[in-house]
Write a protein that binds this ligand. Sequence first.
Ligand code: FES
Length: 174
Amino acid sequence: MATMDTAEPSRRDFLYIATGAVGAVGVAAVAWPFIDQMNPDASALALASTEVDVSNVAPGQIITVKWRGKPVFIRNRTDEEMKKLEAMDWKVLRDPQTDEARVKKGHENLLVVVGVCTHLGCVPLGHQGEYEGWFCPCHGSVYDASGRIHAGPAPLNLPVPPYEFISDKVVKIG
Ligand code: FES
């Protein structure tokens, strides 16, 4: 009996040890990718700012670039679009802001905004909606060509990210 008692637990112990070892290896294997993701590598740091050559963005064109995982719209507004914006009464807007406050002096036609609807984060569609600015297909928010909110549930204008012209042609976002 004594021999049996000793033999049984030792076999069970082995199973526990084996299971425990597999568990530990499993945890390590799962934990590694998460830990690895937490270390910003060179490519992630590079994305903290994005440089874009805007010289090829034609009047009326909108390009979308990626900055910190978000879409950023760069829009070269036509003179006609600029005239329409100037004629608007910005003081009555939900998030009142002049167009001048949203662009860089000397580059007024060029608008740079984060392309994420301020309601629940959908990506609005360009040249659409009543003001031909952007229209959010998710719940119908309407933005003008300055990215300012006019109608729908979005509470705020499309945000202008930090950016600067580092030459006549190149914009650095971030
Ligand atoms: S997410 Fe754009 S209107 Fe709701």
